[in-house]
Design a protein around this ligand. Structure first.
Ligand code: NAG
Ligand code: NAG
Ligand code: NAG
Ligand code: NAG
Ligand code: NAG
Ligand code: NAG
Ligand code: NAG
Ligand code: NAG
Ligand code: NAG
Length: 449
């Protein structure tokens, strides 16, 4: 009797489940029914393909593309998306011309020639991405036509003078390729209409430019990324005149001195990193007037003083990294502020502490709680010397935090286990009762349905 009724009960449940999944399948819309008949999506730039779909590409340029191993017969270089998105054309007649060229993952026997580049002087955008080609002379027709130039892990033997000949650029991006130059000013003083400058991991030394787009409008510049170079000296106050700057990345250089007091004048900034330099002094209070700031990274410097409370009033902030500095005093951030951020890092500031009446000790910040005078409580049985061996003592703090956390968990641990077991038992009992009742019901008629 017993095993028989339970198996019928299980059968009942299985049947119910089957009925359920069957309805689910019939309700679900047929996913790919229309795909065989649908026509290929029309190209994004409708003007370039629909206005003159049959206008051929300039034969000179076809030859040039072939010499760069870009297919021209199996794929039409002017149809979007083109092969590897390497080419974009204009709509000129009688011949179309290539205006964007992107060379990616080039074969090792690819060579550029000045002749090829001359044929391609209609280009306004040229990118080399993982394309190690020996650099050649760029004809001036091409140099002055280019609006955007990119080299990522590609061209070697770049120089500041070479790049400064692209004098009509609005965007220049060099990442991972060494640039030999006496300073970035060689580039910025010759390219007047630049609005986005990325020279990252390019082994550039020297000072930051004192002037940007000198003769023209300081409102032009939107993005500056000079990270991972060997730039030294201070951050010039003139940088803070770039009122439309949205991104500033000066991280991983050897910059020293203080952050300019007028830094907050950069009212359009959304993302800024000054991380991993040798900056000193305190965070200027003007920073809090940067109302659009989303991402602030000042980590791994020698900044000191107390952290301005006004930072906790910056509503848009999502990323805040102040770790590995020399800040002191009571950290001005409460739990609700920290919760709103996606990244918050504050450890490695040995003289900084948090008010444990506004932040639970369970939140692991990597800094010590404050005593009633606003000084870090050193709980570890470790010799004093507040600023000596910074790394060691910060480890002590985080170990303390960890121990606290573990103790708390230890206190709650048994309770949690008991609760867990109780819930499991209750669920099991309810299930058994359910099964028994089902089996009785099914014993009477054919299944509960
Ligand atoms: C280039 O190579 C990288 C990795 O080798 C790959 O992820 C990428 O898709 C390639 N790009 C193109 C356009 O072939
Ligand atoms: C070409 O670009 C489009 C849109 O930018 C992208 O969706 C597509 O994956 C790219 N194709 C290749 C082969 O890189
Ligand atoms: C490039 O800029 C110069 C001024 O530096 C200007 O005379 C010239 O017309 C521009 N060339 C193009 C193709 O826009
Ligand atoms: C970087 O530049 C220095 C001299 O300025 C040179 O000694 C060093 O070899 C360069 N490093 C690379 C990777 O090019
Ligand atoms: C700055 O550049 C570094 C490396 O070049 C990068 O990891 C970091 O995300 C950048 N930060 C910002 C704010 O753009
Ligand atoms: C700016 O920072 C935010 C938050 O960290 C990030 O999501 C976003 O990608 C960054 N924007 C740029 C252009 O780096
Ligand atoms: C911060 O450091 C600067 C020099 O780097 C020093 O002159 C100043 O007294 C320090 N301020 C505090 C509050 O420690
Ligand atoms: C946390 O700090 C913010 C900004 O300083 C403040 O507006 C808010 O009231 C504080 N919240 C609590 C719970 O104290
Ligand atoms: C910590 O916060 C409480 C209440 O928010 C306040 O009364 C106390 O003065 C604060 N302690 C320190 C050291 O700032």
């Amino acid at each position: 009797m017993e095993p028989f009724t339970t198996t019928t009960a299980i059968n009942c449940i299985l049947i119910l489940l089957l009925i359920h999944s069957a309805t689910a399948v019939t309700v679900a819309p047929p996913p790919t029914a229309t795909s065989p008949t649908s026509s290929p999506p029309s190209s994004s730039s409708s003007s370039s393909s629909s206005s003159s779909p049959t206008t051929p590409l300039d034969p000179k340029q076809i030859t040039a593309l072939q010499s760069l191993y870009i297919p021209t017969t199996t794929h039409n270089p002017c149809t979007q998306p083109s092969f590897h998105n390497a080419t974009v054309c204009d709509t000129a007649t009688p011949f179309r011309h290539v205006i964007n060229l992107r060379l990616t993952n080039c074969s090792s026997d690819l060579t550029l020639s000045t002749g090829t580049l001359s044929s391609l002087s209609t280009l306004t955008s040229l990118s080399f991405i993982n394309c190690h080609v020996p650099i050649v002379h760029f004809p001036s027709s091409l140099s002055t036509n280019l609006r955007s130039f990119t080299s990522i892990n590609s061209l070697n033997r770049l120089t500041g003078v070479f790049l400064s000949r692209f004098r009509n650029l609005t965007q220049l991006q060099i990442i991972g390729d060494t640039i030999r130059t006496s300073g970035i000013h060689i580039i910025t003083s010759n390219i007047k209409s630049l609005n986005s400058l990325t020279l990252s991991n390019a082994n550039i030394s020297g000072l930051l430019p004192r002037h940007w787009n000198s003769d023209d409008d300081p409102k032009l510049m939107k993005q500056i990324d000079l990270s991972q170079n060997r730039l030294n000296g201070t951050i010039p106050t003139s940088l803070t005149l770039l009122e439309n700057l949205e991104l500033l990345n000066l991280s991983s250089n050897q910059l020293s001195g203080e952050i300019p007091v007028s830094f907050g004048d950069l009212a359009s900034l959304t993302n800024v990193s000054l991380a991993s330099n040798a900056l000193s002094g305190s965070i200027p209070g003007s920073l809090s007037s940067m109302s659009r700031l989303v991402h602030l990274d000042l980590s791994s410097n020698s900044l000191n003083g107390s952290i301005p409370r006004s930072i906790s009033e910056m509503k848009g902030l999502k990323y805040l990294n102040l770790e590995k500095n020399n800040f002191h005093g009571v950290m001005p951030f409460n739990a609700s502020f920290i919760k709103r951020l996606t990244v918050f890092k504050i450890s490695g500031n040995d003289n900084l502490c948090y008010n444990h009446s506004s932040i639970s000790k369970k939140v692991k910040l990597g800094i010590a709680p404050c005593d009633k005078h606003g000084l870090p409580i050193v709980t570890a049985p470790v010799a004093d010397g507040p600023s000596s061996a910074g790394d060691l003592s910060s480890d002590d703090y985080s170990d303390d935090g960890g121990d606290d956390g573990k103790k708390k968990n230890g206190d709650h641990g048994p309770n949690k286990v008991v609760v867990g077991v109780a819930i499991t038992l209750a669920v099991a009992i309810v299930l058994i009762i359910f099964l028994v009742m089902l089996s009785k019901c099914c014993g009477g008629r054919c299944c509960c349905c």
